[in-house]
Write a protein that binds this ligand. Structure first.
Ligand code: RUQ
Ligand code: CUA
Length: 659
C-alpha cells in the first residue's frame, strides 16, 4: 500500500521548504513560512520533509503501534509509528510500581509466582523479554493478544490487548532458556517457544557435560492457546524432543507452508567450552561448514500426539526424538554455519536464512522441501538419525547482501529487507517468482541503507503477516554511539524509522531507547486493536476479566474478621476511600479488597501504604486485593497515588495497627 500522506506532504514540504509555494503558517510562533522556520532551525529540505512525514499533530493518533520487547527490563513497550513516541510500558516479568505490578496487586503477585516454579527456581522477579508475537487469524494480526518469552528462564508471558495487562506467565517445562523460537501459528492455534541452550533431561536436572550428547536435548514447545482467554494450556500443549544443538530463531509457515515450522540452529558441533584455551566454545561452535535448519511438521505432530505418540515429561506431552523421526515430523536442511534469523515470506513460499558469518541470505522454498521429503532426497542423517535433505534439492537461491546478515522482514511488493549487523546497514532485495517478482528481477540486491549503528532486528509494518503493509520499517540498533547527548555510561539504543515508500530508502527519525534493551518488535495497524476497552465493567477482576467475588458497591463497604484475617471491603471514588479508617492488631493478616467505582475513562486511583512496600493502581471499575501481615504497630497514613482530582491530596486515610 502506498502511503496516503506522502504525495501531499512531499509536494508541500519540498514546495514550502524551497519557498516555491510560499504558503504561510497562520499563527505559528515563528509566524513565518515553513521555509523560514526550517532555515531558522537549521534543517535541510530533506530533514524538514522527514519531520512533516513523522509529525502526529496534538490529539491525532499514530497509524501503527509497535510492541517492543524490553530485554532484561522484563517489560514490553508500546510505541507509536510514525511519531516514534513511547505510549506505554507493560510490565510482564518485572515489577512496576506505577501500575502496582508485583508490588501490591494480588493478581500480579499471583501471576509472578505462578511463573516461578519453586522446585526449579528462586522466586523470579525479573525476566529477559526477547521476541514478542502478536496473535493471528488467517495469518494476519488480529489485535487480541501479544506473547513474549523470557530468554533467561524459558517462560512465556501473555498480554491481553483488551486492557494491555499481563494475564499469564507460563513456566515451560523441560526447557531452561529460550531465545528466538517465538511465533504464533497462523490462527494462534499454538504459540511456539523452543529451548536455546539444550537442557539435561535427567530427573534432577543435572548432567555432566561429558554426557552432553546423551543427556541434553533441545525442545520445541507448541503451547496450545485458549481462544477465549488467550492463555496457554499446558495440558493441551506438546513438545518435540530435538538433538542437543542450540535451537535459535524460528518462524511459522503460512499459506503455502501452513502447518510447518522452521528453526535455525548453531553449535551442531555440541561444543561446551571449558579450560582448553585452544578450543573455546565460540571456536568449537563454528567448526562445521553447515548447521541444520530444522523443518517441523507441527500439524502432523499434533495428530501424532492425539494418537498417543508421546510420553509425559514433567506435566507436558513430549514426542521423543525417535518418534519424531519415525513419524516424519522432523527434517534438517543444511544452512551456512551459525546462521541467525529465519523468516518466512508473506505468501509462505520462501524461507530466508540470515547468514551471520556468511554474506548471503540463503533462500529455501517449501515446494522444494516438500518434494525432497516425498522423494526421500536425503544426504544421510545426523548422528541422532534425523534425515538431512540435500541442500541442492531444497535451496532456491542465495543472495549476497553484505556482512553479517541477521533478520529479514517483508513489504507488500515482493521485497525483503535484511539487517546487516557487521555493516550497520539494511539490504533491500527481491524475492522470487512465487512472490510475484519477475524471473529476471528475482533474488537481486536492490539497495543498501546505512543505519546508526549495529542493527539487530528490524520490523516492517505488519511484517510477519500474510499481508505486510510496506510504508514503514524500523531498524532496531544496538548502539547509538554519538546520535544522542551523552547521558552517562549506559547509553540508549536507537530505533530508526525508515520510509519504505521512498526510492532510495531514507531515514525519517531516530528514537532513543533509554528503558531497556529491545530485541524484537512487531508492528500492527492501530485499527486492528478492536478489543480495547476504556474502562472495566464495574467490579471486574482484571486477571480473569470476570466480576470479582470481592467487588464492593457503594453502601456495601464493611470490615469482617474471618479466621485470623481482617477483610476490608473498600471503595475508591473521587476523592475518598470508604472506609478511610481501618483498625487492626499487630500480627494480624489484612486483606484490603478495593473497588474503584468510577466509570469514567482515566479516573484511576492508586493506593499506597508507607512502610509496607505496597502500591496498587486501581483503574476505573477494577477490583484489587492487597494482602499483607500487619507486622509493625503504628498509625499509617495511606493515600491515593494518582493525581485524580482537585482533592487528590485529601484522598487519604489511616491504617491503625494497635500494639
Ligand atoms: S536475536 S540476542 Cu532476536 Cu537477533 Cu536475540
Ligand atoms: Cu484518587 Cu488521587
Amino acid at each position: 500500500m502506498k502511503n496516503r500522506w506522502l504525495p501531499l506532504t512531499l509536494t508541500l514540504a519540498v514546495g514550502l521548504v524551497v519557498g516555491v509555494a510560499g504558503a504561510r503558517l497562520g499563527t505559528g510562533a515563528s509566524g513565518g513560512s515553513l521555509a523560514s522556520l526550517a532555515s531558522d532551525r537549521g534543517l535541510s529540505g530533506d530533514e524538514a520533509e522527514a519531520a512533516l512525514a513523522t509529525y502526529v499533530a496534538p490529539g491525532d493518533y499514530d497509524e501503527y503501534l509497535m510492541f517492543a520487547s524490553g530485554g532484561h527490563s522484563g517489560q514490553l513497550h508500546v510505541i507509536g509509528v510514525p511519531s516514534m513516541q513511547l505510549l506505554k510500558t507493560i510490565p510482564v516479568f518485572s515489577p512496576d510500581s506505577w501500575s502496582g505490578y508485583g508490588v501490591g496487586a494480588d493478581f500480579s503477585d499471583k501471576l509472578m509466582s505462578e511463573g516461578s516454579n519453586p522446585a526449579k527456581n528462586e522466586p523470579l522477579t525479573w525476566g529477559d523479554t526477547h521476541h514478542p508475537a502478536l496473535s493471528e487469524t488467517d495469518g494476519d494480526y488480529d489485535g487480541r493478544f501479544v506473547y513474549v518469552n523470557d530468554r533467561a528462564n524459558g517462560r512465556l508471558g501473555m498480554v491481553d490487548l483488551a486492557d494491555f495487562k499481563t494475564k499469564q506467565i507460563l513456566d515451560i517445562p523441560n526447557i531452561q532458556t529460550s531465545h528466538g523460537g517465538v511465533f504464533a501459528t497462523p490462527n494462534t492455534e499454538y504459540v511456539h517457544v523452543s529451548s536455546m541452550t539444550p537442557a539435561p533431561q535427567t530427573k534432577d536436572g543435572y548432567a555432566e557435560l561429558e554426557r552432553y550428547k546423551e543427556d541434553f536435548r533441545g525442545v520445541s514447545t507448541f503451547v496450545s492457546i485458549d481462544q477465549e482467554t488467550g492463555k496457554g494450556d499446558l495440558d493441551k500443549s506438546f513438545q518435540i524432543e530435538l538433538p542437543p544443538y542450540t535451537q535459535d530463531l524460528a518462524d511459522a509457515g503460512k499459506l503455502a507452508s501452513y502447518g510447518w515450522a522452521f528453526i535455525n540452529s548453531y553449535n551442531t558441533e555440541m561444543a561446551v567450552g571449558g579450560t582448553d584455551k585452544d578450543n573455546p566454545l565460540e571456536k568449537g561452535a563454528i567448526a562445521n561448514d553447515y548447521d541444520y535448519l530444522h523443518i517441523i511438521n507441527w500439524e502432523k505432530a499434533a495428530e501424532v500426539v492425539e494418537a498417543g505418540g508421546y510420553e509425559m515429561r514433567n506435566g507436558v506431552r513430549m514426542i521423543p526424538l525417535e518418534t519424531a523421526i519415525e513419524e516424519g515430523l522432523l527434517y534438517f536442511a543444511p544452512e551456512p554455519r551459525n546462521p541467525h534469523g529465519v523468516d518466512v515470506s508473506p505468501d509462505g513460499n520462501y524461507i530466508a536464512v540470515g547468514g551471520k558469518l556468511d554474506p548471503n541470505a540463503t533462500v529455501y522454498s517449501i515446494e522444494r522441501i516438500k518434494k525432497a521429503i516425498a522423494e526421500k532426497n536425503f544426504d544421510g542423517t545426523d548422528e541422532f538419525g534425523v534425515p538431512i535433505l540435500k541442500l541442492d534439492a531444497v535451496m532456491e537461491a542465495q543472495v549476497e547482501l553484505g556482512a553479517g546478515p541477521l533478520h529479514t522482514q517483508f513489504d507488500d511488493e515482493g521485497n525483503a529487507y535484511t539487517s546487516l549487523f557487521v555493516d550497520s546497514a539494511i539490504a533491500k532485495w527481491t524475492l522470487g517468482p512465487l512472490s510475484g517478482v519477475s524471473e529476471e528481477d528475482s533474488f537481486k540486491l536492490v539497495e543498501t541503507i546505512p543505519v546508526q549503528y549495529n542493527i539487530g532486528h528490524l520490523v516492517t509494518a505488519e511484517g510477519d503477516t500474510v499481508s505486510p503493509d510496506g510504508n514503514y520499517m524500523v531498524a532496531l540498533n544496538k548502539w547509538s554511539v554519538d546520535r544522542f547527548p551523552l547521558v552517562g555510561t549506559l547509553n540508549p539504543q536507537n530505533f530508526q524509522l525508515i520510509d519504505l515508500n521512498s526510492d532510495p530508502l531514507r531515514i525519517l527519525k531516530d528514537m532513543p531507547i533509554g528503558f531497556g534493551e529491545p530485541h524484537y518488535v512487531q508492528m500492527i495497524a492501530i485499527d486492528k486493536l478492536q478489543k480495547r476497552i476504556e474502562v472495566y465493567e464495574p467490579g471486574t477482576d482484571p486477571l480473569t476479566m470476570e466480576p470479582s467475588d470481592v467487588a464492593t458497591k457503594t453502601g456495601d463497604e464493611r470490615v469482617e474478621r474471618i479466621g485470623d484475617t481482617l477483610h476490608v471491603y473498600m471503595t475508591a471514588m473521587r476523592s475518598h476511600f470508604t472506609p478511610d479508617i481501618i483498625r487492626a492488631r499487630a500480627g494480624e493478616n489484612i486483606a484490603l479488597h478495593i473497588t474503584n467505582i468510577e466509570t469514567t475513562r482515566d479516573a484511576t486511583h492508586g493506593f499506597a501504604i508507607p512502610g509496607y512496600n505496597k502500591q496498587v493502581s486501581l483503574d476505573p471499575g477494577e477490583v484489587v486485593t492487597i494482602e499483607f501481615k500487619a507486622k509493625r504497630s503504628g498509625s499509617f497514613a495511606f493515600y491515593c497515588t494518582e493525581f485524580c482530582s482537585a482533592l487528590h491530596l485529601e484522598m487519604q486515610g489511616w491504617l491503625l495497627v494497635e500494639p
